[in-house]
Design a binder for this molecule. Sequence first.
Ligand code: SF4
Length: 315
Amino acid sequence: MVRDAVRDPAELALLLDLPLAALGARGGAGFPLLVPRGFVARMRKRDPDDPLLRQVWPRADEDAVVPGFGADPVREQGLAAGGLIRKYPGRALLIASGACPVHCRYCFRRSFPYQDQLAARADWDPAITALREAPEIREAILSGGDPLSLSNRRLTDLVAKLEDTRVETVRLHTRFPVVVPERVDAGLLRLLERTRLRTVVVIHCNHANELDASVAAALRALAADTGALLNQSVLLRGVNDDADTLAALSERLFECGVLPYYLHLLDPVAGAAHFDVDAVAGRRLLAALRTRLPGYLVPRLVKETPGELSKTPIA
Ligand code: SF4
């Protein structure tokens, strides 16, 4: 549960049986540590380089000022209005919540002004009205933050309003099923099963160690009730930047009923430069994956280029 998540670095070190000093100096003070206990339980004890720990630990490196890395790396803040972001034709992204179940240190929205752009701040109506005025939008992407931070009641209300537009597909981008699998409860499954909209759930997982038995059960339940269940990952130095790790991730996702979708090059957000893996290394990794996995388990390596009408494939 997020309510009792670990927020104190000293407590996290204690739970992992690590001296605080072994984790080095801390940075990123404006984006505090937040990690659910179930996710901590999947980290290896006494290993400061654990790939799950690296995703959530606020290292001093975050305070480095690195040219090319900024607060709005994909330049979407200027595109947001009334809680909607329209980047690509035919679909719109609805900022449904500013809350997350975990704080991922590499997140490209770590400086996003959620308070200005939450569709839900007062009610859904401005975003729904904007969707009605743009009938060419056939897919609503619920994002954030994490849309599963909303209660099932709020989510049901939102989906009911979307059903009353020209939208045909609702897509949820969420890290909840991986970091807090208990969020995949009967109410959520019922909602996905009953809506007349086509449903797509895109989870976010970067390493096979994130997918323990409780997560696998949640994902299989989701797979049964949603039209498509896909995963997107970020290529992260020290977490998943080798072919063995990426192959194990794809295979484990498939065991859980999930297909790998995107592998993103890091968006250059301030505070995350130490995770960066360049496109040349990314291409080399994808070439290695192609020699050992069936095509449907090889994710598409992409990067987001501000102003482009789709993600840019890294061929
Ligand atoms: S928006 Fe997603 S990637 Fe960013 S901190 Fe929240 S859960 Fe992590």
